[in-house]
Write a protein that binds this ligand. Structure first.
Ligand SMILES: [Zn+2]
Length: 335
């Protein structure tokens, strides 16, 4: 089931209390979304499906228009997540690296609800949780954007669950910045923040993560929770280069959400390359297997056979196996 913002908050609390992290995959095509849901079902794990601006404006979704992209993405995901197959899997839709002039109006629409015309009726689609890319923003701009998003929720009478970030690629963030950014945002708009994403020595991309500092994770998690007077999870960006041991140390120190993009793209694109290399003869005109090899389902089946087990493996590493039902029970208990 697709979680609303309140349920999403409870999911992060459940993850923190039970010492696991929810895998957040940047799924950039409809087939990738299905593969992630299948992995979550096999592992009986909650899952976060997230999108950055490049996915929303890409050919699979928005064709340059991020509003259309998010509406299409959320329509597809809400139909899938509500289907019987995934009704007992907690599914979060999260906005990941959104930046540039569309950031505020797009995220405000994700909080207020994006209208999707279906025949004669209009359905309104909401993001489960929100973050933005603050890498090109000053601290003041970062705070002002978070403030504007919280005000949007307040004025429109909607719930919102937010992740705030600071310099995730810039080495280890100081605890002073956690006070001046996270602490200030929480003081101005209490209750909206559920996750804090400081720099903890990781880097986006496929490089090594030699600078990863799990102790910093623990310090930031403790301080953010103290500033908010409730448990706040750390969102880990740039996890692709981390070993399983490092991931487990991150979870033990208070990471509740692990973003995964570069390695996920590498697995999918390598599997597609292998498929086309292995079947290139069949792509010739007149070959009897031309159609089954050339159609989209051919390559997507091959990709999912490689990809899904890797997603399951990562969920297990994060301790999330078999947490779907307990997480849903915790949400229903507190509802
Ligand atoms: Zn990131």
């Amino acid at each position: 089931m697709l979680l609303d913002p309140e349920q999403t908050k409870r999911l992060f609390h459940h993850a923190l209390a039970n010492e696991y992290a929810v895998l957040a995959v940047n799924a950039d095509s409809p087939a990738a979304v299905v593969d992630c849901l299948e992995a979550a079902r096999q592992c009986q794990s909650p899952i976060i499906i997230e999108t950055s601006l490049w996915q929303l404006t890409g050919r699979s979704f928005g064709l340059g228009d991020p509003f259309l992209g998010m509406t299409r993405y959320l329509s597809d995901l809400s139909v899938l997540a509500s289907s019987e197959r995934y009704s007992e899997i907690p599914v979060v839709y999260h906005t990941d690296h959104i930046k540039g002039p569309d950031t505020l109006p797009l995220l405000q629409a994700a909080i207020r609800g994006l209208p999707a015309q279906m025949g004669d009726s209009v359905t309104t689609l909401h993001a489960s949780s929100i973050s933005l890319d603050s890498s090109e923003l000053s601290a003041e701009e970062n705070l002002a954007t978070i403030d504007a998003l919280c005000n949007t929720a307040l004025l429109s009478g909607m719930e919102a669950t937010l992740e705030m970030e600071a310099g995730v690629d810039d080495g280890v963030t100081s605890l002073e910045e956690t006070r001046s950014l996270f602490g200030a945002a929480e003081a101005a708009n209490p209750g909206y923040l559920a996750l804090w994403a400081p720099g903890v020595g990781t880097k986006h991309g496929l490089g090594s993560a030699g600078g990863f500092d799990p102790e910093a994770v623990g310090e930031h998690q403790a301080l953010a929770s103290e500033l908010a007077s409730r448990p706040i999870g750390i969102a880990l960006h740039g996890s692709s280069g981390l070993s399983n041991e490092q991931l487990q140390a991150a979870v033990a120190a208070g990471v509740a959400k692990v973003n995964w993009s570069s390695e996920s793209l590498l697995i999918r694109s390598s599997a597609a390359r292998d498929y086309y290399e292995a079947h290139c003869d069949e792509l010739e005109k007149g070959h009897p297997k031309f159609k089954e090899t050339a159609m989209d389902n051919g390559v997507q089946e091959a990709v999912s056979n490689t990809y899904i087990p890797r997603v399951v493996e990562r969920m297990k590493t994060l301790g999330a196996q078999n947490q779907a039902t307990p997480a849903l029970e915790a949400m229903r208990f507190f509802a």
